[in-house]
Design a protein around this ligand. Structure first.
Ligand code: UDP
Length: 259
């Protein structure tokens, strides 16, 4: 038996009826192209329903296996996008391939480009002091038309942050506090936020600000972005140790199904 969660129709929109969620160790990923994901996000931005998006990598899937609350926050998201080759590989091994890898940062880039066309607004929350400001400066240059209506670092008291966000009512809120902090933050605060869409995007602001260099395209194409990050930040080794465990568990699950 293959675990496939079919047709989660949350928006009532017919195009989404064809979509399905693919189960990778308990996390249901949306099997769609990047274009479809952006188009769905735009529908949310143009609608009147509040929603959030998560972009789990194998490390987050692994966390979900040991944290039921995180699992339910992730699975309750409007879009669950596969960030990283590990998830793609896992789904393939399980016999239920996902259509496309959609790294959170690429998704955000494509979404900003669409938002810029209609003058939509975004608030950047997270990372060390000064990073979100620099990210905002660079994004404003890259996407003229995109309204960056506020920034807050991810280390100050979040009470005032919520007030600041609500004072400007952004269409999109990027929550970049790392996992699982950002997912829990979204779960706890979504109800009181005056936003259309929240997206948990890990270390993206560091990349936008130029504080962290993204892997060159050749690494990304070969599915070796994780390896590049490991070389640049060897302290990530303890986090990345979960990757082989993830793959092994996926293989064992597949073998159990085949028997
Ligand atoms: N971070 C934050 N507040 C915290 C903890 C972390 O704003 O209390 C930020 C951190 O500065 C970094 C991001 O969250 O910008 C996490 O980045 P990481 O590369 O670990 O996330 P990943 O992309 O791997 O999920």
């Amino acid at each position: 038996m293959i675990d496939v969660i079919q047709g989660l129709d949350k928006t009532g929109k017919t195009w989404y009826n064809d979509s399905m969620r693919i189960d990778v160790l308990g996390v249901g990923f949306d099997s769609m192209t990047s274009k479809e994901a952006v188009s769905h996000a735009c529908e949310i931005l143009n609608g009147d329903k509040k929603a959030y998006i998560v972009t789990p990598n194998p490390e987050i899937v692994w966390m979900c296996r040991h944290d039921k609350r995180l699992l339910s926050v992730v699975n309750d998201a409007e879009l669950v996008l596969p960030d990283g080759i590990g998830v793609i590989l896992g789904a393939r091994i399980l016999g239920t391939p996902l259509r496309e890898k959609i790294p959170g940062i690429d998704f955000a880039d494509a979404l900003f480009a669409e938002m810029a066309k209609t003058g939509k607004s975004v608030y950047l929350y997270g990372a060390k002091p000064g990073i979100a400001e620099e990210a905002a400066r660079r994004l404003a240059e890259k996407y003229p038309g995109l309204k960056i209506v506020g920034v807050s670092d991810g280390y100050s008291d979040d009470g005032p942050v919520i007030e600041q966000i609500n004072a400007v009512c952004p269409d999109l809120l990027l929550v970049c506090l790392g996992a699982p902090k950002q997912e829990f933050w979204i779960e706890e605060n979504l109800d009181q936020l005056n936003v259309k869409l929240c997206a948990g995007l890990g270390g993206s602001l560091d990349v936008y600000a130029g504080a962290v260099k993204r892997a060159p395209v050749v690494f990304r194409k070969l599915g070796l972005e994780w390896f590049y990050r490991l070389i640049r930040e060897p302290r990530r080794i303890t986090r990345m140790c979960k990757l082989p465990l993830f793959v092994l568990t996926v293989i064992l699950r597949r073998l159990r199904r085949v028997k």
